[in-house]
Design a protein around this ligand. Structure first.
Ligand SMILES: Cc1ncc(COP(=O)(O)O)c(C=O)c1O
Length: 373
């Protein structure tokens, strides 16, 4: 079976985990502190680690003060986590359409849906691509809106010579098992906003003021105060041990994902398949998933054919505006491009251990299916 996605774990991560296990302190301590320092050096500004990408988003939305009645503009073509993180604050996610070429948030729809309740725009860097970031930020600045970047897919992507996460309002990453970098599970919030940093550092530890500093110096807060709602969202040293090894290997991960994606483009072009690519530049983007649009209306049959031939594929994502809970929370929305795109999108296998031979086999099978039609 050619897997759609998988982790790549080397001796480095295994040795790191064994070292931490040997210390017999598995909570949030020195290893998380070091991982945060290394991530902060990587981004050139402060990173705060948490237990999932979803909690990174939730804490960020909470830290900007979202409350009931507030609205956040967000593309419907995202993982449900983005929507749930907004809902968790009591605010309303407002599903927006995407642009057909790159499947990223449609700024015209954002403009049409902005009103006096709008507090933030949530960008989703779908596949790892970011689109015209400057245009989104310009509009947000003009309308006095916060910007949360859901960069779960975009670790390593570069925009105008700047690494995603190294700039921008608040940028959230996921380190779940199949991401560009994994910590088993995990996430990080990266920002220059000192007030947000303080809030998320406390809120990940039930809101206990200054508990992060205590834990990083091997202590605990026995007597403490809490001023705001907090959660048990901290990262453990075991997770950080995996993440630190992965960060060391990251240049290799990045190169492999870019090369494999470029190779897909080359193979698919020469195979003359009924496929349209998502517009992006693989020299800039570090792709998390490789998504194509199937133009002959046979996406589902193709998926069945591929799985019968040992090839897993995906459909990223079932649009969030179709979900009962989101309809109840946000109301009913018509998003014609998202709906049209959902019927066409197909995610092909992409991970560090995928080989060129695997790719050639996948394209050969896609050609076979195409010729049978
Ligand atoms: C676009 C997007 N946002 C948010 C998340 C949530 O991250 P996590 O799974 O680490 O909670 C994911 C991960 O699956 C994602 O793909």
């Amino acid at each position: 079976m050619i897997r759609l996605s998988k982790s790549s774990i080397s001796d480095l991560e295994k040795e790191n985990v064994l070292r931490v296990l040997g210390e017999e302190y598995l909570g949030m301590g020195q290893e998380v502190k070091k991982f945060e320092e290394e991530l902060s050096a990587f981004f050139g500004r402060d990173a705060v680690c948490v237990n999932t990408g979803t909690s990174a988003l939730h804490l960020s939305f909470q830290a900007i003060g979202l409350k009931e009645g507030d609205e956040v503009l967000v593309p419907a073509l995202t993982y449900l986590a983005t929507f749930q993180a907004i809902c968790a604050t009591g605010a309303k996610p407002i599903p927006c359409d995407v642009t057909e070429g790159n499947l990223l948030l449609d700024l015209d729809d954002v403009k049409a849906k902005t009103n006096s309740n709008t507090k933030a725009i949530c960008l989703v860097h779908y596949t790892g691509n970011v689109g015209d970031l400057e245009a989104y930020y310009e509009y947000a600045k003009k309308m006095n809106l916060r910007v949360i970047e859901d960069a779960a897919h975009a670790l390593g992507t570069v925009y105008k010579n700047k690494l995603i996460g190294s700039f921008g309002d608040i940028v959230c990453f996921s380190f779940d098992g199949i991401k560009n970098l994994t910590a088993g599970e995990g996430g990080a919030i990266v920002t220059s906003d000192a007030a947000v940093l303080k809030k998320v550092r406390d809120a990940r530890l039930l809101g206990v003021i200054g508990d992060t500093e205590k834990r990083f110096s091997g202590q605990r807060s026995w007597v403490f105060d809490v001023e705001e709602q907090g959660w048990r969202y901290h990262m453990s040293d075991v997770m950080a041990a995996i993440g630190r090894g992965q960060l060391q290997r990251f240049p290799d991960f990045k190169k492999k994902r870019q090369t494999l994606s470029q190779n897909y483009v080359r193979l698919i072009k020469s195979a003359n398949l009924p496929v349209v690519f998502i517009e992006m530049d693989y020299d800039q983007v570090t792709p998390h998933i490789f998504v194509v649009k199937i133009t002959n209306g046979k996406r589902d049959q193709l998926r069945d054919f591929l799985i019968d031939n040992g090839i897993q594929t995906g459909m990223h994502y079932y649009p969030s505006h179709r979900l009962t809970f989101i309809k109840k929370t946000s109301g009913t929305f018509k998003l014609p491009v998202t709906d049209k795109m959902y019927d066409m999108i197909l995610t092909l296998p992409l991970h560090y251990d995928l080989t060129v031979e695997n790719q050639e086999y996948i394209i050969k099978k896609m050609m076979e299916f195409s010729n049978e039609q």
